[in-house]
Write a protein that binds this ligand. Structure first.
Ligand SMILES: [Cu+2]
Length: 458
């Protein structure tokens, strides 16, 4: 056993003893740390005390309960290893908060004094940084800079006033390359003091995160710099991501935070929206312009708003096409246009399971039943009412329904469009197809010049 392995184990043992051995008297001072094991979207949690607000809905997530103590809103976050189902068929061993990655959403009201107890049940030290908040410097959660690291088994207390309304995030500022690659992050929403300020009927929130998990394994590779293979909304990939269910005519807000290593152009079909909020606060109406795609850069928050005026199942996704794929083989050659005739039989004599892939594009992958290693997902997955959707990763739908009851977020199933309103196959006479002249057989796209110049190269 190496010394570092031994240290790791003894740290873990200390954490366990400390977490399990808290005396009753001191435990009573801490607010209960609620935990969540289900990845299903929980209904919005109306505040039980304190100032009123219109709660948000965390996509495939939940809101952390609080208690009022002498006028202070108290929360208890526990940083710990968690098991997160990324989609049915695949679970990942992540680090998160209170049983899930991302951690629970924290909802408070502008002007609230907030006290956050943070218990560390990880095998290494951590901190929490309250991304975007105005707060005293010592509460900013940058390990080494503004506070000592929270060692395994210890609980730290953060306290500050939520000074401005808006959308924020929380994440570690301690070994963050590892801890964020492992899924440690959460959302924070500060509601305006006046509940009639910019009211909406549905207020959704989610974080963008990415992981690199080899097929057949469950723990993300934390040293990956750019080549991630799973891109997620709230640590879920399509078809494991719930739809954003709306009632026709609803004013809808979607708040998106990005804690991945790259930007994500988030695109909504069938509606145009305006960006109403950024990390810096609310955008004044005179400064907004209509969009159908908004780029959410690394470390940014965007709130978008629109009227759900068009019934249907509308795609809502990152527009980087690799981000709507699950674990991909990066070494796969492009085979479009390659003639396989006669080759397959020859190869199958050596490799009986060999299949031709990609000679007419990759769309076949959406329906092909290929043998997969345990605990991974097909590259494209999810089936709709008209067949395979050929998407994974950062994709879901906004479902707009006339008969969805206010406050009801239950999936209404697939949209039943009127038959004469669906794109259809032309059954009339076919017209002659005029084509550009075919490329000549002997076309050279690459001409190599050898040292001897033109003369030696024909
Ligand atoms: Cu993306």
């Amino acid at each position: 056993m190496t010394p570092s392995r031994r240290n790791f184990l003894s740290n873990g043992a200390v954490a366990f003893v400390a977490a399990g051995g808290v005396s009753r008297a001191s435990a009573a001072l801490l607010p209960e740390a609620a935990s969540q094991s289900s990845p299903v979207t929980q209904a919005p949690r109306a505040p039980s005390s304190g100032r009123p607000y219109n709660p948000v809905v965390t996509l495939n997530g939940w809101t952390l309960p609080f208690r009022m103590k002498d006028g202070v809103k108290e929360f208890h976050l526990v940083a710990e290893p968690v098991v997160r189902e990324l989609a049915p068929g695949m679970t990942a061993r992540l680090w998160g908060y209170n049983g899930q990655s991302p951690g629970p959403t924290i909802e408070v009201v502008e002007g609230d004094r907030v006290r956050l107890f943070v218990t560390n049940r990880l095998p290494e030290h951590t901190t929490i940084h309250w991304h975007g908040q105005r707060l005293p410097n010592g509460m900013d959660g940058v390990g080494g800079l503004t506070q000592p690291q929270i060692q395994p088994g210890k609980t730290y207390v953060y306290e500050f006033v939520a000074r401005r309304s808006g959308t924020f995030m929380y994440h570690p500022h301690a070994d963050e390359m590892t801890q964020m690659a492992m899924g440690m992050m959460g959302l924070w929403v500060t509601h305006p003091k006046d509940p009639s300020f910019m009211p909406v009927d549905r207020d959704f929130v989610f974080l963008l995160s990415n992981y690199d998990i080899d097929p057949g394994s469950a723990t993300p590779k934390v040293n990956t710099m750019l080549d991630f293979n799973l891109f997620t909304f709230n640590s879920r990939v399509f078809p494991g991501i719930d739809p954003l269910v709306c009632r026709l005519g609803d004013r809808v807000r979607i708040r998106i935070g990005n804690l991945t290593m790259t930007n994500h152009p988030i695109h909504l079909h069938g509606h145009e929206f305006v960006v109403t909020g950024t990390d810096g606060g609310w955008v004044p109406p005179s400064a907004r312009w209509p969009e159908v795609t908004t780029d959410v850069a690394v470390g940014q928050m965007r709130a978008i708003e629109f009227e759900a005026s068009e019934p249907g199942d509308w795609a809502f996704h990152c527009h980087k096409s690799h981000h709507t794929m699950n674990a991909m083989g990066h070494e796969v050659p492009t085979m479009i246009g390659v003639d396989h005739q006669g080759l397959v039989e020859k190869i199958q004599k050596l490799v009986p399971d060999y299949m031709v892939m990609g000679d007419r594009g990759m769309a076949d992958m959406g329906e092909m039943e290929m043998p997969l290693p345990d605990n991974t997902l097909p590259m494209m997955t999810g089936t709709g009412p008209h067949g395979p959707i050929e998407m994974g990763g950062m994709f879901t739908t906004v479902k707009v329904r006339r008969d969805q009851r206010p406050g009801d977020y239950k999936d209404p199933g697939w949209y039943r469009a009127r038959k004469d309103s669906i794109a259809y196959e032309w059954s009339g006479e076919s017209a002659p197809v005029s084509r550009a002249q075919a490329a000549p057989e002997d076309v050279r796209t690459l001409s190599v010049r050898r040292k001897g110049g033109h003369a030696s190269h024909e």
